[in-house]
Design a protein around this ligand. Structure first.
Ligand code: AMP
Ligand code: MG
Length: 492
């Protein structure tokens, strides 16, 4: 059989201590759940082949293509603030890299394909539920225009995995611009391996940030670029109500893609203190804490880079601090700019930050649904006829009315006509997000009844988040009280 996977594996060519060579452990009788045909084509892969028997064998980790050179990547990480010097891919393997249609090198990873030398006590497997959650949310994020790892395919393994109970197993084929994390840098820093650190930093610069290669201080410039990407990423999360849930440094991508959809969730009613993850008891990774945590994580990255930045540590610290100081203003620029667009303002004047902040405050006090409030504001921006639908989302409708008076005044200073403003707002305020109760219902149907029709339908709706889809209007609704999801669980 010819296997059409044009791999080229630059990470596997790095020194031995960067990874462990592994072979996926073959599983029972795999069955395709879904292939992302559009993404497959973008990678130059034939979706029909991937969905066929040969493709499924590869996706399930039963057949390793000749050109693949599978490795499990070594990394460390701060988990909930505690440093763990060795984590690594315990249930994932990097099959190889493929150059996509844009000329960008992409990692293809199998998640849930068996044990590796980094598995510690784990079984290296993944249960179907978390695989579907990652598939749904990562693809929804991509459709929303938020940098993310992608889901190329999911297969059921035909084997059971042991969790609190027996559950069907699955493997996700994940595509990322990079699987290097802040924790990868920490792995070498923790060992005092400055040579390894330099090799890693040079690899990341060469592959992901070639524009800094010739700079006077390339490693400082690298830090600067990562700071910008993280600031912009977290701003985008906040603007759609996304809560990552497990922002450990091993889950922070060096290229600023959202990675690791474990206990992630979308907020329904707006409340910055919202936490869903069952293991986040202190609320460390609450919605509103995400910018501060991103900055904390970047500080950990900066610490690892100190020996590369300058010979004198004091000098390196001063330089790194100056770069880290840019996080807060860059985040604010991205976040405030995004809020202005959500409110239909084509430019940001000083008072707009207070205007947006007061809306958020009123939403929090009145348990207004985050996504629906902004989506309905798009119609209200055309005229007060649209107000009733927004008002209905607030416990005390007068709180919205008071705010809307100020907003309308501000809109009068806008150059655009009302129709153009509405269209621009609809392009940034989604109607459809992967609401937790929908995601849970899909997982439940698949796990308990082997029924994937709800999954397919949800994927179709989420592929066009900014369009009204009248036939699927119900997917825009927040959960009924009995549908509310209060906790999410790590995808192990
Ligand atoms: P995560 O919470 O998904 O970021 O994973 C943290 C660490 O635990 C990583 O090193 C994973 O590879 C490892 N891990 C998670 N689940 C498993 C599993 N089922 N088997 C082996 N290792 C795992
Ligand atoms: Mg992880």
């Amino acid at each position: 059989m010819t296997i059409q996977l044009p791999f080229d594996n630059s990470y596997a060519r790095l020194p031995d201590r960067f990874h462990a060579r592994v072979t996926p452990t073959s599983v029972g009788t795999p069955r395709l759940i879904r292939v992302n045909a559009e993404l497959a084509r973008h990678l130059g892969l034939d979706p029909e082949w991937l969905a066929g028997p040969g493709g499924v064998e590869v996706l399930a980790g039963r057949l390793v293509p000749n050109e693949a050179d599978p490795v499990a990547m070594a990394y460390a990480g701060h988990q909930f603030g505690q440093f763990v010097p060795q984590l690594g891919d315990g249930r994932a393997i990097l099959l190889g890299e493929i150059i996509d249609k844009d000329g960008t090198r992409r990692d293809l990873q199998l998640k849930g394909s068996g044990r590796t030398p980094f598995s510690r006590g784990g079984d290296g497997r993944a249960a179907l539920g978390p695989i579907l959650r990652e598939y749904i949310v990562s693809e929804a994020m991509a459709a929303l225009g938020i940098p993310t790892t992608r889901s190329l395919a999911a297969v059921a393994t035909g084997e059971q995995v042991v969790r609190e109970r027996m559950l069907p197993g699955a493997v996700l084929a994940r595509v990322a611009t990079s699987h290097v994390r802040i924790g990868t840098f920490q792995y070498f820093a923790a060992r005092g391996d400055v040579e390894g650190l330099r090799t890693l930093a040079d690899y990341v610069i060469h592959r992901h940030y070639p524009e800094v290669a010739g700079a006077k201080r390339p490693y400082l410039e690298l830090l600067d670029r990562v700071v910008t990407r993280q600031a912009e990423l977290v701003a985008k999360w906040l603007l759609v109500g996304f809560i990552h849930g497990v922002m450990n440094t091993d889950n922070v991508s060096i290229v600023g893609e959202t990675i690791d959809y474990g206990p992630c969730a979308f907020m329904d009613a707006y409340d910055p203190a919202t936490v869903f993850s069952s293991i986040d008891r202190q609320g460390r990774y609450a919605y509103g804490r995400q910018p501060g945590i991103a900055e904390w994580n970047l500080t950990r990255l900066a610490e690892t880079l100190l020996p590369l930045i300058a010979e004198q540590q004091e000098e390196a610290v001063v330089q790194a601090q100056a770069v880290l100081a840019a996080f807060a203003p860059r985040f604010e620029t991205a976040f405030h700019g995004g809020l202005a667009r959500k409110l239909g303002l084509s430019s940001l004047v000083a008072e707009d930050v207070a205007l947006a902040g007061d809306l958020l405050k009123a939403m929090a006090e009145n348990r207004a649904d985050f996504t629906l409030t902004f989506r309905r504001l798009c119609d209200a921006a055309e005229g007060p006829e649209g107000d009733a639908a927004v008002r209905a989302l607030f416990d005390d409708p007068a709180a919205y009315e008071r705010w809307a008076v100020r907003w309308r005044q501000r809109l009068q200073a806008e150059p655009r006509d009302a129709g153009a403003r509405r269209d621009a707002m609809r392009a940034v305020n989604p109607a459809f997000i992967p609401r937790n109760h929908r995601t849970e219902a899909v997982i439940d149907a698949a796990v308990e009844r082997d029924d994937f029709s709800a999954f397919d339908e949800l994927m179709a709706v989420l592929a066009r988040p900014y369009e009204d889809q009248p036939e699927y209007a119900r997917y825009a609704n927040p959960p009924e009280p009995h549908e509310q999801v209060s906790q999410t669980f790590c995808g192990t």
